[in-house]
Design a protein around this ligand. Structure first.
Ligand code: FE2
Length: 358
């Protein structure tokens, strides 16, 4: 796929959609390859997408491969959604079927990441405001699996990490949606209500599922922080179970780059810097180190502004220097499109990426 990422506000008639769009029940709504029409642009904006991958001449040569296929992503999202909805009724038969389906999908996620030849992963999948809870669950699962593999976990441990991470926020099923989606600042009471989700998720998994204690405890402690500033217990360092420490990094990063009712999405490079800046504070340094090597601050296909005032598109990352990728600069009136290799081009030594433009 030769693509670039554009904000929904920048979508124009005739642009070709490079990634299929699905509804909350997993059904296909718009297939990739479809040309944008005013009606479609409006529809995508109303569905709460902040940006989408499109193909055009400028993006020629930019190849993006999602770490898991569209099909696995949507089936996993569907399975996660089903269990979160059925959790409230507490119907054991339904939950048992949901978990069976979920475990099938998780094996596919683990196998996809294990067989991927990319060492730096593209996790900037498209996100819709409406589907946040389920997309976030799958994203945290994929990110946690990437980290877990580099950490050296066994296949069985990866399966337990995957189920913990995809269910990490399932306690939110039991919390009032009006509080979860509130736009105005939360009162202290409301904030305390939301904080109960990790304990509620733990109780559900302990009582209704048959997973090992590492899954239950991982869910319970995914908001604990390395320096003891988290909840519910304020545990520190390696007193926090490993799964919870991995999920903490994946959860914070994906939440930051997603649009929320109370704020727009934060750029991937700012979220990346936030995670690195909290190494040894909120997060375990070993996990942050793995994260920093496997997730890129400047995903390919994103528009960037360089320190010399020129705008371009991230063309290719260098795996050993993720902050200085190759940038493609579009053709101007009298010039053809050209490339700046921020790592290898001696003339580019003083140029830095100022920001991602979406
Ligand atoms: Fe959470």
């Amino acid at each position: 796929m030769f693509v670039r990422y554009v904000s929904v506000k920048a979508l124009k008639e005739g642009m070709i959609l490079a990634q299929s769009v699905h509804g909350s029940n997993g059904d296909l709504l718009v297939r990739n390859g479809v040309a944008m029409s005013p009606f479609l642009i409006k529809k995508l904006q109303n569905m709460g997408y902040s940006g989408l991958y499109i193909q055009d001449e400028f993006s020629d040569g930019i190849q993006i491969t999602d770490v898991i296929s569209d099909e696995i992503r949507n089936s996993s999202m569907k399975a996660a959604r089903s269990i979160m909805l059925n959790a409230v009724s507490g119907e054991k038969g339904l939950i048992r079927n949901d978990l069976k389906e979920l475990m099938n999908q998780l094996k596919k996620i683990i196998d996809s990441v294990l067989s991927s030849e990319q060492s730096v992963m593209n996790v900037m999948n498209i996100k819709s405001f409406d589907l946040y809870t389920y997309q976030h669950s799958v994203n945290v699962c994929v990110l946690s699996t990437i980290i877990g593999i580099s950490y050296g976990l066994s296949y069985e441990q990866l399966q337990n990490l995957a189920i913990t991470s995809i269910l990490h926020d399932m306690g939110k099923s039991f919390i009032d949606k009006n509080i979860l989606n509130k736009v105005e600042p939360l009162t202290e009471d409301e904030s305390n209500t939301i904080k109960k989700h990790s304990t509620l998720g733990y109780i559900f998994i302990r009582d209704k599922c048959t997973f090992t204690s590492s899954v239950c405890i991982g869910t319970l402690m995914h908001h604990e922080r390395y320096d003891g500033s988290g909840y519910p217990y304020g545990r520190k360092g390696n007193d926090i179970p490993l799964f919870a420490q991995i999920i903490a990094v994946a959860d914070v990063y994906d939440a930051m780059i997603s649009e929320r009712p109370y704020r727009p999405p934060i750029s991937p490079h700012e979220a990346y810097e936030y995670v690195i800046g909290n190494s040894g504070k909120h997060f375990n340094p070993k996990i942050v180190e793995i994260f920093s090597k496997r997730i890129t601050p400047f995903p390919e296909g994103f528009n960037v502004l360089l320190s010399n005032g020129v705008e371009g598109i991230v063309y290719k990352n260098h795996e050993d220097l993720l902050t200085r990728p190759i940038i493609k600069i579009d053709a101007a009136q009298d010039k053809e499109a050209y490339f700046i290799d921020l790592k290898n081009d001696p003339r580019a030594l003083e140029i830095t990426i100022k920001k991602i433009i979406v």
